[in-house]
Design a protein around this ligand. Structure first.
Ligand SMILES: [Zn+2]
Length: 216
């Protein structure tokens, strides 16, 4: 599933290539991508309309048209977004350490689950949560409420750094630095810092990879 950097990359592409041009034809090869709309009513709604902007909110792209609002969301079928319920954007200027701390520190569940909870912080999924906790040198299964202010600070800084850098690299995973955990998140993967074997563990139903030596 795409996460914030991937969706931001697509948003930028749409903004650069798809605005202010009338929609000529609408084809829906697979109706499973539609939610609460039939192919024909989507066609009627979009035909001759133009997209006027490309916004991103969390992992979702919003494309308002010049005649009605059309929401494109990229997600799995059982995860229909409720945009109004999404937490703050992690890269927004207003998302300060103080806000991060207020959201994260009361939570009794693992930090991996907290970072991935879209109603707390929008846009982070399994892959980037692993990178953020790896760079902060904190085990993903640590209880959020047990983290020191200093650990929270490292997580906050890693969150901003990882997401910003991923966007700079156009969310192309093969361009990511070799000392990130993302290129090594697979069976038999080794820690790029200490060379030890990475551990895979289910946390809140999702598979997380981490280094038991570097992350405490
Ligand atoms: Zn390590």
């Amino acid at each position: 599933m795409p996460e914030l950097p991937e969706v931001e990359e697509i948003r930028g592409y749409l903004e650069g290539n798809s605005l202010e041009k009338p929609v000529i034809r609408v084809t829906v090869p697979d109706t499973r991508v539609l939610d609460n709309v039939t192919p024909s009513s989507l066609g009627r709604g979009l035909k001759r309309a133009s997209f006027v902007a490309a916004h991103r909110r969390g992992k979702y792209i919003l494309l308002p048209t010049d005649n009605e609002k059309t929401l494109f969301h990229m997600t799995s079928e059982d995860d229909i977004p409720d945009i109004a319920k999404l937490g703050p954007e992690p890269l927004s200027r207003g998302f300060t350490f103080k806000r991060f701390q207020a959201i994260v520190s009361p939570r009794g569940n693992p930090i991996h689950s907290v970072l991935m909870n879209q109603e707390l912080i929008a846009g982070i999924g399994n892959i980037y949560s692993d990178e953020i906790t790896f760079q902060a040198r904190i085990r993903p299964d640590r209880k959020a409420s047990g983290l020191s202010d200093e650990s929270l600070r490292r997580l906050f800084d890693a969150m901003k750094l990882v997401l910003n850098r991923a966007i700079e690299l156009d969310a192309e995973l093969d361009r990511y630095p070799k000392d990130w955990i993302i290129p090594h998140r697979k069976k038999g993967g080794m820690c790029p810092v200490c060379g030890g074997a990475l551990v895979k563990k289910a946390i809140g139903g999702r598979s997380s990879y981490f280094c038991p030596t570097c992350q405490k």
